[in-house]
Design a protein around this ligand. Structure first.
Ligand code: CA
Length: 235
């Protein structure tokens, strides 16, 4: 399973070496690019399975690289950013990045992010492209996209409000991917004012009460403080 090809885009030699050493030790194949221009070249000519992209590059804004790649590919992109680049990180997720790592990060964190992304990839590949998934299953949660908005937990129907159901669908359809507050509020209300983000928190809390056994230590929906939410794969 660990034979994925990873493109490592990072101008800092020591960080790049840390990443490639880790990848090698865990039997990933990898390519490296020290700047934006070679990143785009490598991504287009080798079609990697996952891109690890540092946002602060000497020649190009990382967000621009994501936008370019997204014109031809849905390859998963995990952004690597310094704390000072928090707004860039959110822009990157909105531009189509799948996940992020904040510097400094541990090797375990890097490997965990790669595993989440690989699981997301294999779930996406299971779904044959032209036919949309009709029923989504994750752990004890089941969402029937066609049967008029039905969702079940332990085979018991959940009584969700239309907004809770919409929120649940956005999360399930993007399982494994971090969805930003802006993405979610835009998808639900078509806007992303502070008020919408406050409403989002309220709806998220009521949704969690219905699907999580312990809403304070959620199993399905993970919070990314200041960023957004992600649905996790539950075994
Ligand atoms: Ca950098």
């Amino acid at each position: 399973m660990n034979k994925s090809l990873i493109l490592v885009v990072e101008d800092d030699t020591s960080v790049r070496n840390l990443i490639t050493t880790t990848l090698k030790a865990h039997e990933y194949r990898y390519l490296t690019a020290p700047n934006g221009q070679s990143a785009i070249l490598e991504a287009s000519s080798h079609n990697p399975d996952i891109v690890l992209l540092d946002l602060g590059l000497p020649d190009m804004d990382g967000v621009e690289i994501i936008k370019k790649i997204r014109t031809w590919s849905n390859m998963p992109i995990i952004v690597i950013s310094a704390r000072s680049e928090d707004t860039d990180k959110i822009d990157a997720l909105d531009a189509g990045a799948d996940d992020y790592l904040t510097k400094p990060f541990s090797v375990e964190e890097l490997l965990a992010r790669l595993r989440v992304t690989q699981r997301r990839l294999s779930m996406m590949q299971k779904v044959s492209p032209p036919v949309e998934t009709v029923v989504f299953v994750n752990g004890k949660l089941r969402v029937d996209y066609v049967a008029g908005g039905c969702a079940y937990l332990n085979e018991e129907e959940l009584h969700l409000t239309p907004i809770e159901y919409k929120l649940l669908c956005l999360l399930t359809r993007n399982i494994g991917k971090v969805l930003t507050h802006t993405f979610l509020t835009q998808s639900i209300w078509g806007s992303s004012w502070d008020n919408d983000i406050a409403s989002l928190r309220v709806f998220m809390a009521t949704l969690r009460k219905k699907i999580e056994k312990e809403p304070n230590s959620p199993q399905y929906i993970q919070t990314h403080i200041g960023v957004g939410y992600r649905m996790l794969k539950v075994e």
